[in-house]
Design a binder for this molecule. Structure first.
Ligand SMILES: Cc1cc2nc3c(=O)[nH]c(=O)nc-3n(C[C@H](O)[C@H](O)[C@H](O)COP(=O)(O)OP(=O)(O)OC[C@H]3O[C@@H](n4cnc5c(N)ncnc54)[C@H](O)[C@@H]3O)c2cc1C
Length: 469
């Protein structure tokens, strides 16, 4: 099979000299749309705070109110209670990917380098497992109303050879203290009876969470800690310097440092245009089912599963027993020219995508054919070419902090980001050094129109192929 990642990387290298020209030919501007996901049903009385107006100043301004922004505001304000922290959100807290995802709270990273050596595998697992524990501890500490479960996550294999390889791998990593177990089709059948599956890896420490509730229920905690939060306040321009000036439609903020907590939207501020692209993914949710109805479908245990195909299906059973289904076909993913972060007419325009996704769900769970769909939505993932997350600090004055490019693993990792960036700010960052996402380099992606063409080529080449990692 053609290695599509290699082809893209080669194309990026060849087209790199044209970046300067195309950056000017195709400027980007901020685009947001309303979050229509099922997760916002859990925050029915949420009202945005008023926008920022006039002139003000701060020690740190966090741009973006998703997991990255709220976790940074949380950890930073606890470490530095005396500093003035402002969080600016273009629409509402949890309006981006954090409130629109598949709800999978997972260990590990999307980055293949996280398995470079057994020691790295162990370290990454330890870091992300601690991230899940810390997140649950935070929910308990503040008694947050956040639906979540830690009933285990499955990675299922649609091919016997890949299942056997995964089986062997689970045995290799057991001595590292990673308690993932292989389930044969017969063992799986009693827990989650999926058709066409040759085995699965169970991570018993992972689960499912409502990200809209998490980010929004943190708001009063942050306000109490002294963080000033302004919603419907898009940052439209950043002027870097020892003191950074931020411009919004009705305000100017002078600050010593900023955090880019804008993941899939970051390029629209002019940052990381050659590093990150916004990948649209479609998701739907069924009506809540009774426990007996889900059991009759074959879903008796574990919260989430994902498959081993490049157009990955990611599927969750929520606390109120809905099935949330994302991905699962070529049509259900899209890249829009010049990194547009809104899927036009969503979700109505995406009918073919949702039809294809329903067919995929029916292949796995044939009994799902008549399940009523109550919610359909799209969201943008921040992707990098090598699937590596980038966390660090940049700028001539080293005062532009960033954490982005989670490549579909941000539910856990973007909540860890707040600790990472706070440690980096304070210079106490020893424990993160050497991890694949920390101060990581990236492969450059081609500028437009090569990027759009490259994506079409990539999806054409990989289609339903197994993932290369
Ligand atoms: C459909 C979908 C399914 C996913 N499924 C999973 C999953 O199951 N498991 C998993 O681990 N990960 C998943 N992810 C990825 C995960 O949700 C993200 O990695 C994570 O939410 C990123 O959080 P964030 O805070 O960095 O970004 P976001 O949640 O996107 O937050 C960025 C915020 O910044 C705001 N903003 C942007 N620009 C500006 C500006 N100029 N000024 C002010 N505010 C601005 C936006 O409005 C937004 O609220 C999924 C993502 C999507 C889209």
């Amino acid at each position: 099979m053609v290695d599509a990642h290699r082809v893209l990387a080669r194309a990026a290298a060849i087209t790199a000299p044209t970046w300067g020209l195309f950056e000017h030919l195709f400027p980007e501007s901020l685009q947001t749309d309303e979050n229509r996901s099922v997760w916002t049903e859990g925050t029915p009385f949420y009202e945005p705070l008023p926008p920022l107006r006039g002139e003000t100043s701060a020690d740190l301004v966090i741009i973006g109110g998703g997991f990255t922004g709220t976790s940074t505001a949380y950890h930073f304000s606890r470490r530095y209670p005396e500093k003035r922290v402002i969080l600016l959100e273009a629409r509402t807290i949890g309006n981006g990917a954090s409130g629109r995802n598949g709800g999978h709270l997972l260990n590990g990273l999307a980055d293949p380098r996280s398995h470079a050596t057994p020691e790295m595998t162990r370290r990454v697992h330890e870091t992300t497992a601690r991230g899940i524990q810390n997140l649950i501890a935070l929910i308990q500490r503040h008694n947050l109303a956040v639906d979540h479960q830690l009933g285990g996550a499955l990675r299922v294999f649609t091919d016997a050879e890949r299942a056997e390889k995964a089986h062997q791998y689970s045995e290799e990593i057991a001595p590292l203290g990673i308690a993932e177990t292989f389930l044969t089709p017969a063992e799986l059948q009693h827990k989650l009876n999926l058709q066409g599956v040759h085995g699965a890896i169970l991570d018993p420490l992972a689960g499912q969470i409502n990200g809209a509730q998490l980010t929004r229920s943190l708001r009063p905690i942050l306000l109490e800690a002294g963080v000033a939060i302004y919603e419907n306040t898009p940052v439209i321009r950043v002027e870097e310097g020892r003191n950074i000036q931020l411009h919004t439609p009705a305000a100017t903020v002078k600050t010593q440092a900023i955090v880019l907590a804008t993941n899939g939207y970051t390029t629209q501020l002019g940052y990381f245009r050659d590093a990150i692209f916004a990948l649209h993914s479609h998701v739907f949710a069924t009506a809540p089912q009774s426990a007996a109805e889900l059991a009759a479908l074959g879903w008796r245990e574990h919260d989430v599963y994902s498959d081993d195909l490049d157009r990955i299906s990611y599927v969750a059973r929520t606390s109120d027993r809905r099935i949330v289904f994302g991905g699962g076909s070529n049509a259900s993913y899209a890249y829009r020219f010049n990194n547009q972060s809104v899927y036009p007419g969503s979700p109505e325009r995406a009918k073919p995508a949702f039809a294809a996704m329903k067919r995929t769900l029916q292949q796995y769970l044939p009994g799902s054919v008549g399940l009523p769909i109550t919610h359909r939505w799209t969201g943008t993932l921040g992707y990098t070419l090598a699937r590596n997350t980038l966390m660090g600090v940049r700028g001539a004055h080293r005062n532009v902090f960033y954490a982005l490019g989670y490549c579909g693993h941000g539910v856990n990792l973007a909540n860890i980001a707040g600790e990472v960036l706070t440690d980096l700010y304070s210079g106490d960052d020893e424990r993160w050094r050497g991890l694949p996402f920390y101060d990581s380099q990236y492969l450059r992606i081609p500028p437009e129109p090569f990027r759009w063409l490259g994506y079409q080529l990539f999806t054409g080449l990989t289609g339903k192929a197994p993932r290369t990692q």
